[in-house]
Design a protein around this ligand. Sequence first.
Ligand code: PLP
Length: 390
Amino acid sequence: MVEDSPTLAMNARTQEMVRQGIDIISFTVGEPDFNTPAHIGQAGIAAIKEGFTRYTAAAGIPQLRQAVVEKLARDHGLSYNMNQVVISTGAKQALANALQALADDGDEVIIPAPYWVSYGELVKLAGATPVIVDTREEDDFKITPQQLEENITENTVALLLNNPNNPTGTVYGKEDLQGLAEVLREHPQVYVISDDVYEKLIYDGEEFFTMAQLDEEMKHRTVVINGVSKSYAMTGWRLGYAAADLEIAQAMGKIQSHITSGTSSISQKAALAALKGDQQPMLAMVEEFVRRRDYMYPAIKEIPGLSCIYPRGAFYIFTNISSYFGRTIKGKKITGSLSFAEALLTEGKVSAVPGIAFGADNYIRFSYATSLENIKEGVRRLADFLAQAK
Ligand SMILES: Cc1ncc(COP(=O)(O)O)c(C=O)c1O
């Protein structure tokens, strides 16, 4: 059965408390807290004014598909043609299309945990079975080649990889991907669905690398998923894209044509401005995320009983809270990430997403897609809250 997100109840509770006028610092946010850069918004407005408001080709307007081709060549040295690109209603629909195209009843898709909340459910919607592989904090939450090998069966059709990672902030570098590719070469039936949606949110001079860049074979076997939501603060525009071998891209396009007829014409014009226009606002946003992380990461690590890996991408700090399990804070017994998150919300006035939502109950996800001022106050509240643990 397809499940509701376990975070929905928590979010509803947070909203209710905010409505009651209670001052909550929210670290739950899964999207940039910046406005879409002005030149991108203007392109959307121009599209409306020009009457560019009708159905487009289901796989997207040619100019945008061509802009994606150019982006993939410019940023990653990847060579595709326009017919291999499908524009979708967010990276989420691109993921859904890819899974519908590649997976069927009885098939298995490997998902490293902690994972983004929708992966397992999207696999189930395609009729296939998610095979969850728990990564380890000491491995920086990266699936190892050995773990991959141990979990491939004759039914495996894909590995679903998210890099940089939500919720851990880990980044797979070229060598990590090479290690995984060596295993995959022995299993030619396994594709890689590479969710690169946080690609631009990568820090400390680290170079982003996607599996398709390794060599021609891995390029054929990889479906590249990306979009403008996170990179350009465009979550509400609902625009993502995929690039893949022609046969897969065509299958994805057909599926999409029957489900949504493609994404909004207006958003496509705005995305064109995002990909081809001034990149400075995006770079300024990335700088601000670094400033926030540089404050929040050491501040959280200083709090007794908490640990976290150094997040090198995305905008999350995935924090190990398990040393508080079995203890009581302000009268609330802490038994797992849900009870921790609930107590932190009601008693500490801070909201965050319990790790159980990502398949890792020993953790909680703090997002730094909020102002530095909020981060300072929220971390102060977190420390005060935990100082009362008995
Ligand atoms: C890992 C990951 N993939 C995909 C998405 C979906 O992106 P979009 O808004 O483009 O559908 C998200 C959004 O939270 C995400 O965190």
